[in-house]
Ligand binder design. Structure first.
Ligand SMILES: Cc1ncc(COP(=O)(O)O)c(C=O)c1O
Length: 373
């Protein structure tokens, strides 16, 4: 077992043992603003005359580069998530997709190292690996979308630097039991692998977050985002929560001003309205139950998978791809055909929308299916 409690050496060393040598040697970009953020600021070649337009509701000085460290935003997230998180446990990125890419660049030597994933899963892990010339090792989930832990442990090699576990999964919609995630972490085989738990959909699940594990295991990080439950996909704001040494490497490698001022302003405001967030989540969950029940009543729907997310995965008897296309072309309802993914034959994934959108979807699905079958 490779716990922070048990192994001080491992705790201090997960990043330094596993990151690429060039990353560990990196002298991060520094600017004068790291040392001085007030006074007559003539250090960064900004334009103090300001932008051509300055919308009244925007408080930020738009002519200045944003805060490179986003400490107030990190404090908001830490307070919201609890678990005794500190700013040093949090990386803020341009969506969680930025964190996925950074982790690969930090830990995987192109052409040599590998990532592991458990299909069916989020497609960006593979795309990002391909961009970084990193091989992908697939260890499929069961047909019910559970981890097969012995297969994961057997597939781990010294080159497998990252293991992506998506919980709740996309497109599976299923939250992995925390006990399974912890069982993976407890195995000596995973000591030299960073376990990345992607929790983009965690706020729709009753399962709870893996965030608490970052204090106990030196090799786990958790990805979260404001794009889903917070309804802020447009501002591109995601987080990686992990042990401080890994987070420090991510901060060293990111673009200096990756998160823009408008994004952090809106993100901070969102954390001040958690009551509305909770109401929106409750509405979405009630719509999810209603759409799932309506789908289950349709004679051509063979299975509606249980969902811990804001979408439903369901299987039709036949023609899923044609139905998907017809719904979009004729019905104006865009869903996602997932039939080429492992264990997802004839499956379509639909995001839970507003009641009107969901009605439009249910109607289009029936019209398209009946026209094609
Ligand atoms: C599992 C999963 N992780 C990460 C992301 C990316 O989120 P972000 O918008 O924060 O980049 C998505 C987006 O669909 C997702 O489904």
């Amino acid at each position: 077992m490779c716990t922070t409690d048990n192994s001080k050496q491992a705790a201090s060393g997960a990043a330094s043992r596993l990151a690429r040598k060039n990353i560990l040697e990196l002298a991060p970009y520094r600017c004068a603003r790291d040392d001085y953020s007030e006074g007559v600021l003539l250090d960064a070649n900004e334009n103090a005359f300001g932008p051509p337009t300055r919308p009244e509701h925007i408080k930020d000085p738009l002519e200045r580069y944003p805060d490179p460290y986003q400490v107030p935003l990190k404090q908001k997230l830490a307070a919201h998530r609890g678990n005794e998180l500190e700013s040093s446990n949090i990386f803020v990125g341009v969506g969680s997709d930025e964190a996925i890419d950074l982790l690969m660049r930090i830990f995987c030597v192109p052409g040599k190292d590998k990532i592991m994933q458990t299909p069916p899963t989020y497609g960006m892990y593979k795309v990002c690996a391909k961009i970084n010339d990193v091989e992908v090792v697939n260890v499929p989930l069961t047909a019910d979308f559970d981890l097969i832990i012995p297969n994961i442990l057997e597939a781990i090699t010294p080159e497998a630097k990252l293991l992506f576990l998506c919980s709740p999964g996309n497109p599976t919609a299923k939250a992995l039991p925390l006990a399974d995630i912890e069982a993976v972490l407890q195995s000596p085989q995973t000591c030299d692998t960073i376990v990345v738990v992607d929790e983009a959909y965690v706020d729709f699940s009753t399962q709870g977050s893996a965030v608490g594990l970052v204090h106990r295991y030196p090799n786990v990080v958790v990805l979260q985002t404001l794009s889903k439950a917070f309804g802020l996909a447009a501002i591109r704001c995601g987080f990686c929560i992990g042990p401080p040494d890994i987070i420090q490497l991510m901060n060293n490698c990111k673009a200096p001003y990756n998160v823009n001022a408008l994004t952090s302003e809106l993100a901070i405001q969102a954390f001040d309205h958690v009551d509305v967030l909770d109401t929106n989540i409750a509405s979405l969950l009630s719509e999810r139950a209603r759409v799932a029940a309506s789908l289950a009543e349709l004679d051509f729907v063979e299975k509606v998978y249980p969902s811990d997310a804001n979408f439903l995965l369901f299987r039709v008897a036949s023609h899923a791809q044609a139905v998907y296309k017809d719904m979009a072309d004729q019905g104006g309802v865009v869903t996602r055909f997932r039939g080429t993914e492992m264990h997802c034959d004839e499956c379509i994934r639909v995001t839970v929308g507003t009641p009107d959108e969901n009605e439009a979807f249910l109607k289009a699905l029936q019209t398209s299916y009946r026209a094609l079958a």
